[in-house]
Write a protein of this length. Structure first.
Length: 221
């Protein structure tokens, strides 16, 4: 078998076969005989050494782009926290770990009170700054294992792995002290009756509504 035949039948990179065949046809047209075969073999050797490196570079670039795309799809662009879709994925995973290892799991939900009024009276930039402040506070006050997310326009949630209700209450007090009247916080802890992440979120939402109603109760004159 000639060098050309070997190069075409057993390329080090299978993806190079078709381009080499096209090159071989073109070379034979202009450089017939052994000289053409020798030239094509030299081209094949160059391509065999260059293409794997190029393909590796392209693969790395594609992997990087895929990673960046996943980040864009999972992060809230304003606050940098997890978005709603990623929140439910994380909550499902953490609930599974809670069941598997029989460890506590709590959830905070936070509602930014008066965001609409801020947007209408001070402008949307002021509203965005309020949301950013809350996002930054959560990022600085939470443990590495805690997961904060923006799950609505003015709704946030924090997944607290290996945290019982008392620990979640303590954290909610610290957040409340920092933000004062701007947020209302609801809390729920996983117990045997919790059926899903959505169920846990609904319980935390009900607790939030109850706390808001209590705070807004009429006072004696």
């Amino acid at each position: 078998m000639s060098d050309l035949s070997s190069a075409l039948s057993e390329p080090s990179n299978p993806g190079a076969t078709e381009p080499l065949a096209l090159i071989a046809d073109a070379v034979r047209e202009f450089v017939p005989g052994d000289a053409g075969d020798e030239l094509t073999a030299r081209i094949a050797a160059i391509m065999a050494s260059a293409l794997p490196a190029d393909l590796e570079r392209v693969a790395l670039e594609n992997a990087q782009l895929q990673h960046e795309l996943e980040l864009v799809q999972s992060v809230d662009p304003l606050t940098g926290l997890r978005n709603r879709h990623r929140f439910f994925e994380d909550l499902k995973r953490e609930l599974g770990a809670c069941r598997r290892y029989d460890s506590p799991l709590s959830l905070l939900v936070l509602d930014v009170d008066g965001l609409r009024d801020v947007n209408e009276t001070r402008g949307y930039d002021a509203g965005d700054r309020l949301l950013l402040t809350l996002g930054e506070l959560l990022l600085t006050r939470l443990r590495v294992t805690d997961i904060a997310a923006r799950i609505g326009d003015d709704d946030f949630a924090v997944i607290l792995p290996r945290t019982p209700l008392a620990g979640a209450e303590a954290l909610s007090l610290r957040i409340g002290d920092a933000l004062g009247e701007w947020v209302t916080i609801g809390i729920a802890e996983v117990d045997a009756s919790v059926t899903s992440g959505a169920d846990l979120l609904e319980r935390a939402d009900r607790d939030l509504v109850a706390r808001r109603s209590f705070d807004n109760r009429p006072t004696a004159a």
